[in-house]
Write a protein that binds this ligand. Structure first.
Ligand code: FRU
Length: 482
């Protein structure tokens, strides 16, 4: 008996330690982002239903519970108190009509709002109803609601709220409250004719969240629209509306509740290859006042990983007036500081060309936050090699002084120097590089698959001298360790 119980105990201990080890392994894989959201396993794409409620940021996302490729879309669900640590929750939305099909009636992208005035008449007690608007692919635009702060979801009995029309390919409703006209507004991707040039954003309005009137259409957009009002940061009395396309590009303009009036050409908000299906959070409290955006980092490669996809790092958006015109500014949310580990700092230093001149010799790591202001002095070009080693060349981030361009991983953005200076803020995670240049005026987001063994960083200049006005490098702690 004693021998048997000792054996059982030994087996139990082995199993527990194995489970602990494999848990660690699970969030510690070579290409597992350490401070970007990924689901534990399987495919995900667009962020959906972004909403802040009761001190929690909810993020839903396009999710295939069946495997590592696109299809069978559900809404996965996760919440965070700080936009850094994401707690996994049960799937929120399942396909409609018990569809087992890869596409038909599956839960495509959409948004969520708080039903402040109980228009759906579903509210229980003081907890407001959360309402999700989503596309049931080939089955119309639909509503689901939650009366328990987003934990469980019911489909609305009057679905669809906009019937399926096989000609218009409509999808991705983003709904918000328009204070001036006292109406709910929906922006919806659609095409209005056979001609692909009609692909764009249709604007609808509603008084009750369930009956929607078509108001106008603006062509030249594709998937996942978003329409957001901004106060211009350096012109406190001015506002601008920004109409976002799926790839984060945008138009600046005015919006009267029915029609968007364009005041700019289409502008790029990200110059990388992987920023897609952007969405902003709804219901951010006024005292916070930030406009927060996240995107799916499309087309990333995650060889041999149990998951396929990652979100971008959450960002704060603003609109600023420059001598050249109005512009969207994007910066990583300040919460990132909470993950800062070991810090390195340099001030008023000169860098000269040469492989032995690397000021960042003592920095190594696969998760770094680099913030620097550089004086171009006589440099022809300068930059950083990240995830580098003496044997394996890393990834180059290069500023070309003569051209005034910043390049990484085959992507280039025009970046004029200001008073002969360039500012770079770089986020390195195990599978991504995001660069915010000149205080968020130019952004490049890319996925990459660096070599596991290459963990050095090199700061270099070619052709002449470079000044470091200030440079701070922080190791970033994994959100999975905490
Ligand atoms: C964008 C998108 C959306 C659609 C969803 C389906 O990536 O194509 O238009 O709703 O993905 O997963």
């Amino acid at each position: 008996m004693k021998i048997l119980s000792t054996c059982l105990l030994a087996i139990l201990l082995t199993l527990t330690s194995f489970a602990q080890k494999s848990d660690k392994k699970l969030y510690d894989e070579i290409y597992r982002p350490q401070f970007h959201f990924t689901p534990q396993k399987n495919w995900h794409n667009d962020p959906n239903g972004l909403i802040y409620y009761d001190n929690e940021y909810h993020m839903f996302y396009q999710y295939n519970p069946k495997g590592n490729e696109w299809g069978y879309m559900h809404w996965g669900h996760t919440v965070s108190a700080d936009l850094l640590h994401w707690k996994p929750l049960d799937i929120a939305l399942y396909p409609d009509e018990n569809s087992e099909d890869k596409e038909r009636c599956t839960a495509f992208s959409g948004s969520a709002i708080v039903d402040e005035n109980n228009l759906l008449n579903k509210q229980k007690g003081d907890v407001k109803t959360l309402v999700a608007f989503y596309t049931s692919q080939h089955c119309g635009q639909r509503i689901a609601y939650s009366t328990d702060k987003g934990i469980s979801w019911e489909k609305y009995e009057g679905n669809p709220i906009l019937p399926y029309d096989e000609k218009d390919d409509a999808r991705d409703p983003k709904v918000f409250w328009h204070k001036d006209s006292q109406k709910w507004v929906m922006v919806l991707y659609r095409k209005t004719s056979e001609d692909d040039k009609s692909k764009g954003v249709s604007i609808y309005t509603s008084d009750n969240l369930t009956d929607w009137n078509w108001e106008s259409h603006i062509a030249g957009f594709y998937e996942c629209p978003d329409l957001v009002k901004f106060k211009v940061t350096n012109r406190p009395d001015e506002t601008k509306w920004v109409l976002f396309d799926g790839d984060g590009s945008y138009l600046l303009g005015g919006f009267d509740g029915k029609t968007f009036t364009t005041e700019s050409g289409k502008l790029k908000s990200d110059w990388g290859k992987n920023y897609y299906a952007t969405q902003t959070w709804s219901n951010i409290p006024e005292k916070d006042g930030r406009i927060l955006q996240i995107a799916w980092m499309r087309d990333g490669k995650f060889p041999d990983m149990p998951f396929n996809g990652q979100m971008s790092f959450p960002c704060e958006l603003s609109v600023t007036k420059f001598p050249t015109g109005y512009k969207l500014i994007r910066k990583p949310v300040a919460e990132l500081e909470q993950l800062h580990g070991k810090a390195y700092s340099w001030e008023n230093k000169n860098v000269i060309p040469g492989i032995d001149e690397n000021k960042l010799k003592k920095v190594t790591g696969d998760c770094l936050h680099i913030i620097g202001e550089f004086d171009l002095k006589t440099s022809d070009n300068f930059g950083l090699m990240v995830r580098h080693s003496s044997k394996i060349p890393g990834t180059e981030i290069l500023y070309n002084v003569k051209r005034g361009t910043l390049s990484v991983l085959g992507c280039t953005v025009p970046l004029p120097a200001v008073n002969n200076k360039i500012k770079l803020e770089v986020l390195i995670d195990r599978a991504s590089i995001e660069i915010f240049a000149n205080d968020g005026q130019a952004v490049i987001s890319n996925c990459f698959t660096p070599d596991e063994k290459a963990n050095d960083v090199v700061l270099f200049t070619n052709g002449g001298e470079l000044g470091i006005d200030k440079l701070d490098v922080y190791k970033i702690e994994s959100v999975w360790n905490q």
